[in-house]
Design a protein around this ligand. Structure first.
Ligand code: GAP
Length: 569
């Protein structure tokens, strides 16, 4: 369909799915409000995500603050490395994302993975211009721009804080408490649904690139040497994969494989990532992502986030563009290691051995009574070097003299003054840093995909209709109730039917304005699966039947009011 993006945006604005925020004041790019219909779709997607990825897999959900102190992001690497490439037009001052400028105006793909120098060279080579005023950008410097929103906490100079750029950090920093909660038993998974903030250089396409958005993230903490996913559960799920090797070929193709094959044939390196690709594929299908417009694409090395060792994206196609809706990353022990180093807390887990292990501890107990007078102010450093040598090269102590190097100078220490010894101890376990597997879903982009994939225009008897073929699981209104006309008792009966359905837990819209055809069209546009009409037959019959019209087939059948809720459910 041509211009699907524009059509979905127009319908969303008009029918209350999503629209520019604070438009009364002109609005600021990158902020969108979910209207009554959109907020309901979003809530349903979030609840379904909870069912599948949190409760359904035995994980637990937390809720952490969205503002976090600076130290967190020094440790996580976001202060140093969470940048996009920016180019500012010297003529009109418009800032553009330099890699997007290249992708939008040349055949080059995935320019995000290039260095700033490479991007500058490409802008020169293709003689690119400012998208706003058309001035040449060929000699303009490309710079790194940190995407985090900074704020200050408390009055006065306060303390620097940042709005979290991913919900994940709210889980990682709480790991010392969470491991206690999990009684130090790996594996365990923690989920969180919440807002994340990124000061995007050029927000675009409604919900696709915004500055405030909702993420649903799952951090699965595992022992990489012991824990394996339950691959059986998803072994037969078929995946359409686009590995880096295929992306690099001119005639690269998709690889079709089941989860089991993807693991066995090493197409997906981490079996944990493959496991989640399988679980997620089933979920996308259930909520209405069109599987003919869906793929998993592997990140190339330059594109991967600073924390990831392997990463695949779930991508959905809209108007010929592939939109990243979820990232599946193997984060290793990157985050926990960093927080362990930077904070005063312990981010390791005690791993008990099946059987106690006898270990040899190599140590020195250097004679400072000798080292001090002999080496003066260098004695302390020489002692440290001897200890290091005992751990790394114990055979050095077999000779009469041990040579150590301090600040490019060699010092010779008699072996008996080093007091080298090997002690055997029994150990019952060790402290390990768990690894993290992370599926990270962008809820706004998923809402957008579901809407775009549900959108259709169809020729019907009385003209054309716009219809959202939304899955029953995400349709914001489940049933609409109409009286044929609001007179002669029809309105009262219809209101009674609507109340009865509401009391049964269904989300119901009552509408008595305009002709029935128009009312059907209005509900088709917001994807209401069923419309119920109360007519004269309802009042005349003892059985009290109403017509139930199916959104997709437009077929109608009569159902008794007393059976209606059950029938619709
Ligand atoms: N914790 C990992 C992480 O944040 P990411 O790939 O940067 O990974 C995860 O983000 C998901 O969040 C993306 O797949 C996308 O769906 C969504 N997302 C990221 N930036 C976004 C933005 N500016 N607007 C809307 N959604 C965004």
């Amino acid at each position: 369909m041509d211009n699907l993006t524009e059509k979905v945006a127009e319908l969303s604005k008009r029918r209350g799915f999503f629209f520019q925020s604070s438009e009364a004041y002109g609005g600021v790019a990158g902020f969108q409000t979910f209207g009554p219909e959109g907020a309901e779709v979003k809530r349903k997607i979030e609840n379904s995500w909870r069912e599948t990825f949190s409760r359904g897999l035995g994980h637990r959900e937390i809720e952490a603050p969205t503002i976090m102190q600076e130290d967190v992001f020094k440790a996580s690497g976001h202060l140093d490395g969470f940048d996009d490439m920016i180019i500012e037009c010297p003529e009109c001052g418009t800032s553009s994302r330099a890699d997007h400028l290249i992708e939008d105006n040349t055949e080059v793909e995935e320019a995000e993975s290039f260095s700033t120098d490479q991007v500058e060279a490409l802008i020169k080579e293709h003689d690119l211009e400012c998208p706003s005023c058309g001035d040449s950008l060929t000699d303009v410097e490309v710079e790194d721009f940190n995407l985090m929103f900074e704020t200050s906490i408390g009055p006065g100079s306060g303390q620097t804080g940042y709005l979290r750029p991913e919900t994940a950090q709210g889980i990682f920093v709480e790991f010392p408490r969470l491991k206690e909660y999990a009684r130090n038993q790996l594996p365990f998974g923690i989920t969180q649904i919440g807002k994340a903030y990124r000061n995007e250089i050029s927000p675009r396409k409604g919900l696709v690139r915004v500055r405030e958005f909702t993420q649903a993230e799952l951090e699965h903490f595992i022992d990489p040497e012991e824990d394996e996913p339950d691959i059986e559960r998803v072994a037969d799920v078929e995946l359409m994969l686009y590995p880096v090797g295929e992306q690099e070929k001119d005639d690269g193709e998709y690889v079709y494989a089941t989860v089991e094959e993807a693991v066995e044939e090493d197409i997906v390196e981490s079996e944990w990532v493959a496991y989640y690709l399988g679980i997620a594929k089933k979920w996308y299908k259930e909520i209405g992502v069109d599987m003919d417009r869906f793929r998993y694409r592997q990140h190339n090395e330059g594109e991967r986030a600073h924390y990831a060792t392997d990463c695949w994206d779930a991508e959905a196609e809209v108007d010929g563009d592939w939109i990243e809706i979820t990232g599946f990353a193997y984060r290793g022990c990157y985050d926990l290691k960093k927080h362990d180093e930077y904070s005063q807390n312990d981010f390791t887990v005690f791993k008990e051995y099946d059987e106690p292990e006898v270990v040899e501890k190599k140590a020195v107990d250097a004679d400072m009574g000798y080292l001090g007078p002999e080496f003066g102010d260098k004695a302390g450093e020489i002692k440290d070097k001897l200890e290091e040598l005992a751990r790394q090269k114990p055979e050095a102590f077999e000779a009469d003299k041990v040579i150590v190097e301090v600040e490019d100078e060699e010092f010779s220490v008699p072996s008996e003054k080093a007091n080298f010894s090997v002690e055997k101890t029994e150990e019952h376990g060790e402290q390990i840093l768990p690894h993290v597997v992370e599926p990270s879903f962008g809820i706004g982009r998923i809402v957008y995909t579901v809407l775009a994939h549900a959108y259709d225009e169809e020729q019907v008897e009385d003209g054309e209709r716009t219809v959202m073929h939304l899955s029953d699981r995400v349709a914001p209104t489940e049933v609409a109730v109409f009286p044929l006309m609001d007179k002669e008792g029809l309105g009262e009966k219809a209101r009674e039917v609507a109340d009865k359905l509401r009391s049964e837990g269904l989300s119901v819209k009552y509408d008595d304005t305009g002709n029935i055809g128009r009312r059907y069209r209005r509900q088709d546009e917001v994807g209401t699966p069923y419309c119920v009409t109360v007519d004269y037959e309802t009042l005349e019959e003892e059985a009290e039947t109403v017509t139930v019209r199916d959104r997709d087939s437009m077929d109608q059948k009569r159902v008794k009011i007393q059976d209606l809720a059950e029938h619709l459910k």
